[in-house]
Ligand binder design. Structure first.
Ligand code: 5AD
Ligand code: FES
Length: 359
């Protein structure tokens, strides 16, 4: 699909036309990744952050947040819970926390892998090549790092570098791939200043990077952030600005499925936050095949407030587990078993071997 077609779909508002898009995405989802919905247990292990991204509620500059960092024992208990629930993967997510010691995290990854055999996905922000290599060697399988927007000016505006060197998220994604990680990325939809052209370029970049996992969700303004406070002032001209709506989110999920048919695509919590009633289910019928139940202990959940009114903040791991099972079975899908690796890796490996002339 080229840029022009992407733009036409993104701006499409004829419901009959859109039904075609949903059908196409759902068919490709079924043919490439099947009917099983894989569950990834999310552990938000620290809300410390040295960065101050303009959208994020746990930005370092937000002094109102009470900070926490889970202990190794607490994290291992969450991973054990994931195994008891039958999940195939745990996702270790945190802010860019300088207090996460690289060696300590490597030990933790080894402990999770050896005790439970769960796949380990990391989502820890922009990290050095050395750290990424160390964690891969310790057994981490996958890494999530959204590039948030492919527009470099918009990226720079909302990611102040401060003491940090300039970000190169696309460079990091390439490093992750060469280290043998399954690579995940994605964007927020409706960032103030994000245009339809930007969003079409984002989707083209998904394909260019040949992503194994694609996570997208609506931008949700947080009152303690610059984008939350000055949203109106930062919007692109009317007609150009992408709205942060449920509908555009479904379109991007569907188009992501079309350009990366073998990727694992979650129906995200941010989407469920916009439509608590059935946002997650609709996402699953328009291209998505993954959900990420929250395993973070209750005493920390509300403190990981990247955006307000986040779905599932009041629910326990147990209730999210049952809730999601019921929702998945309710739309006639099955619960995935095993690790749920992306079939894209197998194809990428095979294609590379073919290029190199290896059988
Ligand atoms: N609204 C929506 N998504 C957000 N994220 C961070 N802050 C917000 C927000 N205010 C998303 C970013 C990040 C992911 C972990 O959460 O895309 O990569
Ligand atoms: Fe958490 Fe439904 S998934 S309450």
């Amino acid at each position: 699909m080229d840029r022009k077609e992407l733009l036409t779909w993104l701006r499409q508002d004829n419901p009959r036309k859109l039904d075609e898009l949903w059908r196409m995405a759902d068919t490709l989802r079924r043919e490439n990744v099947g009917d099983a919905v894989h569950l990834r247990g999310l552990i938000e292990l620290s809300n410390h952050c040295s960065r101050s991204c303009w959208y994020c509620g746990i930005r370092g500059d937000n002094r109102e947040v009470e900070r926490y960092r889970m202990t190794e024992a607490e994290i291992l208990e969450c991973a054990a819970q994931a195994a008891r629930f039958g999940y195939g993967t745990v996702v270790l997510q945190a802010g860019e926390d300088p207090g996460i010691r690289p060696e300590g995290l490597a030990d933790l990854i080894r402990a999770i892998r050896s005790r439970s055999g769960l796949a380990v996905t990391l989502s820890l922000g922009e990290r050095s090549d050395e750290e990424l290599r160390l964690w891969r060697e310790a057994g981490a399988d996958r890494y999530l790092l959204r590039f948030e927007t492919s527009n470099p000016e918009l990226f720079e505006r909302i990611h102040p570098s401060a003491s940090h060197k300039r970000s190169d998220r696309v460079g990091i994604l390439k490093t992750l791939g060469s280290l043998g990680y399954e690579v995940g990325s994605g964007v927020m939809i409706g960032i103030p200043g994000q245009t339809w052209d930007d969003l079409a370029n984002d989707i083209l970049l998904f394909a260019d990077l040949d992503l194994d996992m694609i996570g997208v969700g609506p931008f949700l303004p947080h009152p303690a952030t610059p984008l939350g406070q000055d949203m109106q002032k930062l919007l692109a001209p009317p007609g150009e600005q992408v709205p942060n709506t449920e509908d555009v989110t479904y379109k991007v999920i569907a188009l992501a499925r079309i350009v990366c048919p073998r990727a694992n695509i979650p129906s995200t919590t941010a989407l469920a936050t916009l439509n608590r009633f059935n946002g997650r289910e609709i996402g699953l019928t328009r291209g998505a095949n993954i959900v990420m139940p929250n395993l973070t202990p209750m005493q920390y959940r509300a403190l990981y407030e990247i955006y307000p009114a986040k779905a599932c903040v009041q629910e326990t791991a147990e209730s999210c587990h049952h809730c999601l099972r019921r929702r998945i079975l309710g739309i006639g899908r099955t619960i995935g078993t095993g690790r749920g690796d992306s079939p894209n890796r197998r194809f990428a490996g095979a294609a590379a071997r073919k290029r190199e002339g290896v059988a």
